[in-house]
Design a protein around this ligand. Structure first.
Ligand code: CA
Ligand code: CA
Length: 378
């Protein structure tokens, strides 16, 4: 755990955040420009750093898991679930309270009996069960297994950026505290969410960028009547539909569920927290700026995820193994940002005025023809 220097909280956060970014950049640059080495006994597998060869057998096991969901070989539910699990592991962390936990250390696997009893970690047991045997099987720490699985999983989702993966997390030493707030709850207000992420080292813009994960996300436990209902109409694609659709009027869904508000069409679950973040004056301009802006959305998510996946780690001790994971496929031909049928661009809630440095979208987003349709989960 990095200790907080005797400075103001803001200074401390800034200092640690900058140091973390520098260390990460250093670790990554060490691999840049290095000749590739062939992995012994693994035909065709080459990496910049020989230590990374140990990850290919894990990758093979994960790819087998991803194909278990026979109906969705791209961006399967298991892969999307590993990304969610990585968030819940990493967010057991605080820059101001070292007792909260050690961040992206795999503690949610190592100490699963404890951490899965926390309300904030509800619905994660299936993914923990899948990953828990893999550390022992491949002689890797639980932290490395989990955060590699998240990166490898996202790489199955069309449109996703390549996440960096740094190898070498030591074994988790303790469970995150029962007081661990975890990632934001759907019932949280914007002030609470931004404060929570600030305490972990993220700016409001980075919070909005991290929410791109909801482009491939689904409801697990919030609404038991809509299990696996997605947050946008394209959960199998890492696109910007989540940002677009959350700004449309809400007409369908179960408002009686605390933390859920109505969505633009049936079959979609809209989180109250997403609804609020999309419209709050502190975050709406970033939100609007990511609508239909695939390249920026992917790049900012990639950058924020690197921070998230090394929270609590000394990245100068880690080895960049990002090259083990092949890049994700691009979005299919013809897939473009669009307004779902039944709505027009004018229906987007763009009522907040944004500055020229963070403008409202200037690119018109076309509508699908027809009337409102049911959005199927897969
Ligand atoms: Ca953890
Ligand atoms: Ca999507």
């Amino acid at each position: 755990m990095t200790s907080i220097p005797p400075a103001t909280t803001t200074q401390a956060l800034s200092s640690i955040s900058e140091r973390t970014a520098t260390l990460a950049a250093t670790a990554i640059s060490q691999a840049t420009g290095t000749a590739k080495v062939s992995c012994p006994g693994q035909t065709g597998k080459t990496v910049a750093n020989a230590a990374c060869c140990a990850l290919f057998p894990l990758l093979s096991d994960l790819q087998t898991l991803f194909t278990i969901d026979v109906n969705d070989s791209q961006c399967p539910e298991s892969a999307r679930g590993f990304l969610r699990l990585a968030f819940h592991d990493a967010m057991g962390f605080s820059m101001t309270n070292p007792q909260i936990g050690d961040g992206a250390d795999g503690s949610i696997l190592t100490f699963s009996d404890t951490e899965l009893s926390y309300k904030v970690n509800a619905g994660l047991v299936d993914k923990v069960t899948l990953l828990k045997p893999l550390g022992l099987a491949h002689n890797l720490s639980d932290g490395d297994v989990l955060h590699f699985a998240a990166a490898a999983g996202l790489a199955t989702c069309p449109g996703a950026p390549s996440l960096s993966f740094l190898l070498g997390r030591p074994a988790a030493k303790r469970a995150a505290s029962a007081n661990m707030p975890g990632p934001a709850l759907p019932t949280d207000d914007v002030t609470t969410i931004l404060a929570r992420f600030h305490d972990v080292g993220f700016t409001p813009d980075e919070v909005i960028a991290l929410l791109a994960a909801h482009s491939t996300g689904s409801n697990y436990v919030l609404d038991p009547m809509a299990v696996q209902a997605p947050f946008d109409t394209t959960p199998e694609m890492f696109d910007s539909q989540f940002y677009i659709e959350t700004l449309l009027p809400g007409k369908f869904g179960n408002e009686s569920v605390s933390g859920e508000v109505q969505a633009q069409q049936p079959g979609i679950v809209r989180l109250q927290s997403d609804f609020l973040l999309a419209r709050d004056s502190r975050t709406t301009c970033k939100w609007q700026g990511l609508m239909g802006n695939q390249a920026v959305m992917a790049a900012e998510f990639q950058s924020a995820m690197l921070k998230l996946q090394i929270l609590g780690q000394d990245s100068s001790l880690l080895t960049d193994c990002s090259d083990v994971i092949s890049p994700a496929p691009g979005l299919p031909n013809g897939v473009r940002p669009h307004i779902p049928a039944g709505y027009r661009f004018q229906d987007l809630d763009l009522s907040q005025t944004c500055s020229t440095s963070n403008p409202t979208p200037t690119t018109f987003i076309p509508s699908d023809p027809g009337s409102v349709t049911f959005a199927s989960a897969e």
